[in-house]
Ligand binder design. Structure first.
Ligand code: C2E
Ligand code: MG
Ligand code: MG
Length: 700
C-alpha cells in the first residue's frame, strides 16, 4: 500500500513543524542562559531555575498541565522586570505560544498560552508604571507590536497544523478503506504510475514487479497504454484470464477519471459470469430435453423473419401422451418426452433448430425451407418418431400430429406460430399421426371452434341443454325397463344438435364436468317423476372418462341422489372402454359402484377391450355396440361374436343390452340368444319425456 497519496503537501508542512519545534527549544534554552548571565537583580537566578523547570516539563511528551503554563507566566513576568531588553522575553513568549500551537491535541490552545501572554502584559505594565520617565511611544510600540504579530502568527500556525492533522487522519482512513477493499484499486497519476494501490489489485492484475513501476493489465504490461478498453472511462471491460489450476477466470476492469488521475478498479467476476451463463443456458434450453426452450426458440424465429429469411415452422404435438403419463407414471412420461426430443432433433439435422415449446409440444425451425422441404422434414420427423420404442414394459411407437406453416413476406413470429399450431390441431382433429400444412381456411375453422366453445359455455349456463330419453326394453316382455338419457343442445340458429356435435368439444374444454352434472341431475329428477307416476323406470346416464376422473364427481353424484331421493339402484352410469386407460377414472367408477349405483360398459367391442380388465373390474351391464347388432343378419361370424359377448357377460354376472335394434328379426335373434335387454329405433327413438307419455311402447 503506497502511503504517498497526499504526501507532497503534507511533508512540507511537517518540515515546517519540525523547524518551528527546533526553534522553540533553541529560544527556550537561549532564554534560560540569558537569564543566568544577562539578568539583573536578585530574582534572575531563581527565574533561570524556573525556566529550566519549564524546559524540563516540555520534555515530557503529551503532558501540558496548567501548573507548567502558570510557571511560564511567572517566569515571563519576572523576566520582563529583570532583563535589560525585552527581545529574549518576546522570543521565549514566542517559543511558548508556538509550542502550544504545534502540540498534538492542542485543542485547548490558545487558553494554555494565556498565562505566558498575561505574564508578559503584566510585566510590561509594571515596567511602564515603575519607570514612567523611560516610557516613549516607540519603545511601547517595540514591545507591543511583536506581541500582536506573535498572537496572529501562532493562531495561523495552529490552524494550519490542525488542518493538516485532519487531512492526515482522512488520508489514513482512505488508505485503510483501499487496503480492505475486496476490489482491486489502483490510482494512476498523470504519468500512468501507481500513486495508490492495494494488494488485491496486485493479485488480480498478476502484478509481480516493483510496486512503483508500471501497472500491467490483462491486455499488456502497461495499463496506462492499454488500447483495449482498460483505460477508457465508461463500461467495464471483461477479460478472460487464466487462473491457477487451468481454470479460466473473468476479470472486470473499469477506469474512472479523477481530476488528472485515473482510478482503475479490477474485480474478479468469474462467479457472476458462471452464474449468468447457467441462467442463460436455463433460459435458452429446455431442462428436461436439452432442446431450445420456448422463449429462445421464438427469439430465433424472430431473428430469422427479421433477416427476411424464408423459414418453415413445424409444430409437433405427441398423440396420446397423456395416456402414457397416466398409465406409466411421470418418470416414464419424462423418458418418453426425452426420447421424442432426441428423435425430433435427429430428424431436424444440423441446420434446423428443434425446440420444446412446453408439455408434449415440440417445434422445428427450418431455415430456407419451402412447403415441399418442410413437408419432407415433417415426414422425416414422423418416421423417426415411429421407430419402435422399447422401455415402457411394452413396445410402443411415438405418434404425433404435425402442423406446418411457411413464412410469407411480412408475417410475424406470433402469426407464423399460430398458423403452424392451427395446422397441427387440424392434424389432431383428423385423428393424429399425420401432417397438415396450414391453409387460411383453417384459421376460420379455429375461429368457428372458439365461437362454438363460447356458445357451449353459454348453453350449459343458460339451460339450452335438453334431455331426450330412449327406452331400454326387456326382450322377454317387450316392455320398457329403463331409459337412457341422451343430451341434445337446442342451439339458437342451429336447431337441435346431437351429442356428436358438441361432446368432444365439451371434453376438450372441461365443460363436460358442469354439462355432465346437469345431465345427471336432470335424469335423476326425471326418474323420480316417473316413480311418482308409478312407472318403475331406471335411468341410464352417459358419463365421460374426464368427468369420472374429476374429484368432484362422486360428491356431486351423492348430492343429486340425496336431493332427488332416487334409490341408487335405479341409476346406471354408462362408460366406454376408454375408461380403462385412465386409472383415476377407473378408481372413481369403482367408488361409484360401491354406493349401489349400477355401472354399464357402453359400446362394448368397439374400443380398447380387454378380457383381463373385464374380469378385474365388475360391471353390471354390458351394452353390445350397434355395429354388431346391425350386422347380425349378414354373416355367421358377427352372430358368433355377439353370442360370445352374451355368454361372457353372463359368466361375469352382468346382463346384456343390445344397442341399435331396428328390426323385429334382430330382436328375435337376440331374444333367442339369451340377451336380456335391447334398445333401438324399433322400440323408440330418443325423445322428450312429454312425447314419451303418448309413446306406443308399453311401459310397466
Ligand atoms: P350411446 O351412449 O351409445 O347412445 C346411443 C346412441 O345411438 C344415441 O345417439 C342414439 O340416438 C343412437 N341410437 C339409438 N338407437 C339407435 C338405432 O336403432 N339405430 C341407430 N343408428 N342409432 C341408434 P346419440 O343420442 O346421438 O348419442 C351419441 C353418443 O353421445 C352416445 O352414444 C353417448 O356416448 C354420447 N352421449 C349422449 N349423451 C351424453 C351425455 O349426457 N354425456 C356424455 N358424456 N355422452 C353422451
Ligand atoms: Mg350410452
Ligand atoms: Mg352405445
Amino acid at each position: 500500500m503506497d502511503g504517498g497519496l497526499l504526501s507532497p503537501g503534507l511533508s512540507g508542512l511537517r518540515r515546517t513543524v519540525r523547524l518551528t519545534s527546533a526553534f522553540t527549544w533553541l529560544a527556550g534554552v537561549a532564554f534560560a542562559v540569558q537569564l543566568v548571565f544577562a539578568g539583573a537583580g536578585p530574582a534572575h537566578l531563581p527565574l533561570a531555575a524556573l525556566a529550566l523547570v519549564v524546559l524540563a516539563a516540555w520534555l515530557r511528551p503529551g503532558r501540558d498541565p496548567w501548573a507548567v503554563a502558570a510557571v511560564e507566566g511567572v517566569v515571563i513576568l519576572g523576566a520582563t522586570l529583570v532583563m535589560p531588553t525585552p527581545q529574549p522575553v518576546i522570543a521565549f513568549l514566542f517559543a511558548v505560544t508556538v509550542r502550544r500551537a504545534l502540540r498534538v491535541g492542542a485543542e485547548r490552545f490558545p487558553v494554555r498560552a494565556l498565562p505566558a501572554l498575561v505574564g508578559y502584559l503584566a510585566g510590561l505594565t509594571w515596567w511602564l508604571v515603575d519607570q514612567p520617565a523611560a516610557v516613549t511611544g516607540p519603545q511601547v510600540a517595540a514591545n507591543l507590536m511583536p506581541l500582536a504579530g506573535l498572537v496572529v502568527e501562532s493562531l495561523a500556525l495552529h490552524e494550519a497544523v490542525r488542518a493538516t492533522r485532519l487531512v492526515e487522519r482522512a488520508n489514513r482512513t482512505l488508505e485503510a478503506v483501499v487496503r480492505a477493499s475486496p476490489v482491486g484499486l489502483v490510482l494512476l497519476d498523470e504519468e500512468g504510475r501507481p500513486a495508490l494501490r492495494n494488494e488485491r489489485a496486485r493479485e488480480l492484475l498478476d502484478w509481480t514487479g516493483d510496486p512503483g513501476d508500471r501497472v500491467p493489465c490483462p491486455h499488456g504490461p502497461d495499463l496506462s497504454r492499454c488500447t483495449a478498453g482498460c483505460r477508457t472511462a465508461g463500461e467495464a471491460v471483461e477479460v478472460e484470464v487464466p487462473r491457477p489450476g487451468g481454470i479460466t477466470g473473468v476479470l472486470a476492469v473499469h477506469a474512472v477519471p479523477i481530476e488528472r488521475r485515473t482510478l482503475v478498479t479490477a474485480q474478479d467476476v468469474s462467479k457472476r459470469r458462471r452464474f449468468e451463463e447457467v441462467l442463460r443456458a436455463r433460459a435458452e434450453r429446455d431442462e428436461l430435453t436439452g432442446l431450445a426452450g420456448r422463449a429462445h426458440f421464438l427469439h430465433l424465429v424472430d431473428q430469422a423473419l427479421l433477416a427476411g429469411e424464408a423459414v418453415g415452422l413445424l409444430v409437433i404435438d405427441l398423440d396420446g401422451f397423456k395416456e402414457v403419463n397416466d398409465a406409466d407414471g411421470h418418470e416414464a412420461g419424462d423418458w418418453y418426452l426425452v426420447s421424442a426430443a432426441e428423435r425430433i432433433n435427429r430428424a431436424a439435422g444440423p441446420v434446423a433448430e428443434a425446440a420444446r415449446l412446453g408439455g408434449d409440444e415440440f417445434a422445428v425451425l427450418a431455415p430456407g425451407h419451402d412447403v415441399r422441404d418442410s413437408a419432407r422434414l415433417a415426414t422425416r420427423v414422423l418416421s423417426e418418431l415411429a421407430r419402435p420404442l422399447a422401455g415402457l414394459g411394452h413396445d410402443t411407437a411415438i405418434r404425433a400430429s404435425v402442423g406446418i406453416a411457411v413464412s410469407r413476406p411480412g408475417i410475424g413470429t406470433a402469426d407464423l406460430l399460430r398458423d403452424a399450431d392451427t395446422a397441427m390441431y387440424a392434424a389432431k382433429r383428423e385423428g393424429g399421426a399425420r401432417i397438415r400444412l396450414f391453409r387460411p381456411e383453417m384459421g376460420e375453422q379455429v375461429l368457428a371452434r372458439q365461437r362454438d366453445k363460447a356458445d357451449l359455455r353459454t348453453a350449459v349456463d343458460e339451460g339450452q341443454l335438453v334431455l331426450h330419453y330412449q327406452p331400454i326394453v326387456d326382450l322377454a316382455t317387450s316392455e320398457a325397463a329403463g331409459a337412457e338419457a341422451l343430451v341434445r343442445w337446442q342451439r339458437p340458429g342451429h336447431g337441435l344438435l346431437a351429442p356428436g356435435a358438441f361432446i368432444g368439444l365439451a371434453e376438450e374444454t372441461g365443460l363436460i364436468v358442469p354439462l355432465g352434472a346437469k345431465v345427471l341431475a336432470g335424469a335423476c329428477e326425471q326418474a323420480m317423476r316417473w316413480r311418482e307416476q308409478g312407472r318403475g323406470l331406471g335411468v341410464t346416464v352417459n358419463v365421460s372418462t374426464r368427468q369420472l376422473s374429476a374429484p368432484v364427481f362422486l360428491p356431486s353424484l351423492d348430492r343429486v341422489l340425496k336431493t332427488t331421493g332416487l334409490p341408487p339402484t335405479q341409476l346406471t352410469i354408462e362408460v366406454t372402454e376408454s375408461v380403462w386407460a385412465d386409472e383415476a377414472a377407473m378408481r372413481g367408477l369403482m367408488e361409484v359402484r360401491e354406493t349401489g349405483v349400477r355401472v354399464a360398459l357402453d359400446d362394448f367391442g368397439t374400443g380398447y377391450s380387454s378380457l383381463s380388465y373385464l374380469q378385474r373390474y365388475p360391471f353390471d351391464v354390458v351394452k353390445i355396440d350397434k355395429s354388431f347388432t346391425g350386422n347380425l343378419d349378414d354373416t355367421g361370424r358377427t352372430a358368433g361374436v355377439v353370442r360370445c359377448i352374451i355368454d361372457l357377460a353372463e359368466v361375469l354376472g352382468a346382463h346384456t343390452v343390445a344397442e341399435g335394434i331396428e328390426t323385429e328379426a334382430q330382436a328375435d335373434w337376440l331374444r333367442r340368444a339369451g340377451c336380456a335387454y335391447a334398445q333401438g329405433y324399433l322400440f323408440g327413438r330418443p325423445d322428450t319425456p312429454e312425447n314419451w307419455d303418448s309413446h306406443p311402447i308399453a311401459v310397466s
